[in-house]
Ligand binder design. Structure first.
Ligand code: NCD
Ligand code: ZN
Length: 478
């Protein structure tokens, strides 16, 4: 007779929420994975049980857009404070950006990032940089374990020069052969540079000048151009921080043409409009900018009709001093978000603008699918990683940066009332946040997801030209 299976942990009493349904069930966990879901009396016995009566049990959020600033800018954030903020925010996996110092553009830069990430409380993927001067490093970065690439088509924090279209095409050709997704900061640098110069020459230093320097056409042009290169090469791409209703058209059209393109928007574009420049002054400065009201309405529509695949945060921490300057052109762009996404968006669920299953799809299932992690992550299935957030949908709170885990104690969401809070967070079966306290011993528990990533190379549309060109350029025979 074989020994009966004994679970490590059974969580009982909660309402389980997937991207399709909500139902009352208990969840058994063994070796960091979900063993079974069902009526408690039907589950195997467990070494430990946890009573989650009154809470909802969600697959942990996967935030594919965070900046943790280490190495190089650790006065803003580091991997310990950034991933503690994620844990407090119910986020169990993050994808972290390469605009650090030195940038994650070479295997050496990647090694520094990997060293910093050893402090992580949550699981993580690392983006490598795709830039003008490092096309010859992309394959080494893939071998080194990046989970995707980031390409800055427009200038933003870190001032990494935007690559030419030629470099982008070559980069896309190479990455396409490996299947990894390329995330794009889709704003066209040359349009913004000229606008900004004109506004500065006219003496504008007010917060709204930032919006004026980056009209939606910068995003429309960049999304369209990136989609053409993706279509030509077969590369998978992801449009970061969608801020305008206008860029949804090229995104939708590219999807219809069969381009493997996904898109995210962020809570600040869904919850703020031009009034924010009067209310929050320099604090609201972010790239791309928060826009006029009709854009906000269009983004919600894009979430409902599936044009926008997911919600990420663009967690972009800076110090209060860096955010509170009188001349808008000298204010650092962005603000923290990984810790506030869940309370803010659960409040939208509370207000009836999203269903709970929509929320799970947008913050967990879709990001996992886009980056090749599903169903190991983004799902509550037997065999999935036990990445779980237990939320209290009725818990009220007020956003207060002073209480953030993030080192960045400033947010335009300051003072906002929320209803719905993550109470406990588990990564691979282990509590990393319990009763709204970080579990200190979970520092270092986070692992890189690249080993479980499944992203087989897609079939390139122009395979003859593409492969021949790449072979010639790299001198490799295939
Ligand atoms: C980001 C940052 O601070 O790193 N800033 C921002 O305004 N969004 C960079 C970025 O994602 O563009
Ligand atoms: Zn960006």
């Amino acid at each position: 007779m074989t020994n009966p299976t004994i679970a490590d942990l059974v969580i009982s009493g909660a309402t389980v929420v997937t991207d399709a349904a909500s139902f009352d069930a208990a969840v058994a966990i063994k070796d960091g994975r979900i063993l079974a879901i069902g009526e408690e009396r039907a589950l195997p016995s467990a070494r430990e049980t946890f009573d989650a009566t009154g809470l909802h049990l969600l697959p942990g959020a996967i935030d594919v857009h965070v900046h943790f600033r280490e190495p190089g800018y650790t006065h803003k954030e580091d991997w310990q404070t950034g991933t503690a903020a994620a844990a407090m925010g119910g986020v169990t996996t993050v994808f972290e950006m390469p605009n650090v110092d030195p940038p994650t553009a070479t295997p050496e830069g990647l090694a520094l990032k990997q060293e910093a990430a050893k402090k992580a409380h949550v699981d993580y993927g690392l983006y490598g940089l795709l830039a003008e001067d490092n096309i010859d490093q992309l394959e080494a970065l893939i071998e080194g374990g990046v989970a995707g690439f980031k390409c800055f088509m427009g200038n933003t924090f870190g001032n990494l020069p935007s690559p030419s279209t030629g470099a982008m095409l070559e980069g896309f050709e190479i990455v396409a052969q490996h299947g990894l997704r390329i995330a794009l900061h889709a704003e066209t640098a040359s349009i913004m540079a000229r606008r900004e110069k004109r506004l500065q020459a006219a003496g504008r230093t007010d917060p709204l000048a930032h919006l004026a320097s980056r009209p939606a056409v910068v995003a429309v042009e960049a999304v369209s151009r990136a989609a053409i290169l993706a279509e030509w090469t077969g590369a998978r791409i992801h449009i970061l921080h969608i801020s305008s209703a206008d860029e949804l058209r090229p995104l939708r059209e590219a999807k219809l043409r069969g381009v493997d393109i996904t898109g995210e928007t962020c809570p600040h574009y869904l919850l703020f409009d031009e009034q924010a420049y009067a209310d929050h002054r320099s604090v609201i400065r972010v790239n791309p900018p928060v826009r006029e009201r009709h854009h906000q309405d269009g983004l919600w529509q894009g979430l409902y009709d599936g044009t926008i695949d997911m919600i990420a945060t663009d967690h972009a921490p800076h110090t209060p001093a860096e955010k509170l300057r009188n001349d808008i052109w000298t204010v650092d762009c962005g603000f923290p978000g990984v810790e506030t996404q869940m309370p803010l968006m659960l409040s939208q669920v509370h207000a009836g603008r999203l269903s709970l299953s929509d929320y799970v799809r947008l913050t967990s299932t879709k990001p996992a699918k886009a980056f090749g992690l599903y169903p190991a992550k983004g799902a509550l299935l037997p065999g999935s990683d036990a990445d779980i957030t237990l939320v209290d949908l009725n818990r009220e709170d007020t956003i207060a940066a002073a209480h953030f885990q993030s080192r960045s104690k400033i947010t335009p969401f300051e003072g906002m009332k929320v209803t719905g809070m993550p109470i406990h967070t588990l990564v691979r079966g282990r509590f990393i946040m319990k009763d709204r306290q970080i579990v200190g011993e979970s520092k270092g528990w986070g692992r890189s997801v690249h080993r479980i990533q499944r992203m087989p190379p897609p079939q390139p549309k122009n395979s003859d030209q593409t492969l021949a060109a790449v072979t010639r350029v790299s001198g490799r025979s295939r």
